[in-house]
Design a binder for this molecule. Structure first.
Ligand code: GUN
Length: 303
């Protein structure tokens, strides 16, 4: 269901692109680009102080490298500095922790992102524990997640925040609506439940996962489905009540290439609004990383 445009940040539901069957396309590339332009304007309006995002990439995983490069590219477009620290596959726990500690101590760095997963011989927990909440622009540390649970100011994990930004931008009604989140990761599913259910958004949220019985029935009760289980094309037309909003956070590598959790071609025929894949939640993760970095600079008094 769509809310009226008046209370929704310039809703574009009438001008939005639509799928062949008429569902509103929740265009993450477009909203990411709008976010980049807005942030560039905010930095310029503050007199162009340096705002710096630092990333830490350990090892040679090709997709991680592509993601990190994209983050740097978009940070530059938004008028930020970006610093990329790269360590080899053979890096020790102490070396990774020392690299992160140096960025924490550097007043010229406002946001720090440690690309996950780390190589298998490394433990991410002591690495993440080094990040102070102000610089934790991924919102993944126990302190940031605790602040989210307690509704205190802090950074919110970028992917679920990006989902919320799409919902706001396209005027998807949430108050009193039923939302189902599929997947219980700390990166996406758990914070997504909190964001959808918290005051102001006010959805009635169900957390589904791999052991949920009757997933089709659970999903069919939903006005909003956020699929974040990482199972290729697990959400088909049977899962979706006509007119529901379907948001795909899944990324699976298959023989047919990278696919989401949602069978887009089938589901777009019944959904009221749907994210494309690619071009939906992925770009918004980067948009929200940049948003969090500007917020970090503000928290640290640099902006
Ligand atoms: N790997 C895949 N997604 C993410 C993300 O949002 N943040 C980090 N740090 N690593 C990731």
């Amino acid at each position: 269901m769509l809310q009226s445009s008046a209370d929704n940040h310039g809703v574009v539901s009438t001008s939005a692109e639509r799928t062949p069957a008429g569902a509103i396309l929740l265009d993450g590339n477009r909203l990411r680009d709008e976010t980049v332009v807005r942030l560039r304007g905010e930095i310029a309006a503050a007199g162009d102080p340096p705002v710096c995002l630092a990333t830490v990439l350990v090892g040679s995983d090709a997709p991680s490298r592509i993601y990190v490069n994209m983050k740097h590219r978009k940070a530059t477009e938004a008028g930020m500095e970006s610093r990329g620290i790269e360590l080899p596959d053979t890096a020790t726990q102490a070396e990774v922790e020392a690299a992160v500690a140096a960025l924490v101590a550097d007043d010229g760095v406002h946001g720090i992102l440690v690309q996950l997963p780390l190589p298998a011989h490394l433990d991410p927990e002591p690495v993440l524990a080094l990040l102070p909440p102000e610089k934790d622009v991924d919102g993944l540390t126990d302190r940031s997640l605790g602040r989210l649970v307690r509704d205190l100011p802090g950074h919110v994990p970028c992917t679920p925040l990006g989902v919320m930004r799409l919902i706001e931008r396209y005027g998807i009604a949430t108050q009193g609506q039923r939302a189902v989140v599929i997947g219980r990761s700390t990166l996406v599913g758990l914070p997504q439940v909190l964001l959808l259910g918290r005051r102001g958004c006010d959805a009635t949220v169900t957390l589904a996962h791999s052991r949920t019985d009757d997933l089709i029935d659970v999903c069919r009760s939903a006005d909003i489905i956020v699929a974040a289980a990482g199972q290729a094309h697990m959400i088909g037309v049977d899962h979706v009540r006509p007119g529901a909003t379907v948001i795909d956070v899944g990324v699976s590598r298959t023989e047919a290439g990278i696919v989401g959790d949602v069978d887009f071609d089938a589901v777009q025929a019944v959904a009221g609004a749907i994210t494309p894949m690619p071009g939906g939640t992925g770009p918004m993760t980067i948009g929200c990383l940049l948003e969090n970095t500007v917020a970090a600079a503000r928290m640290l008094g640099a902006l």
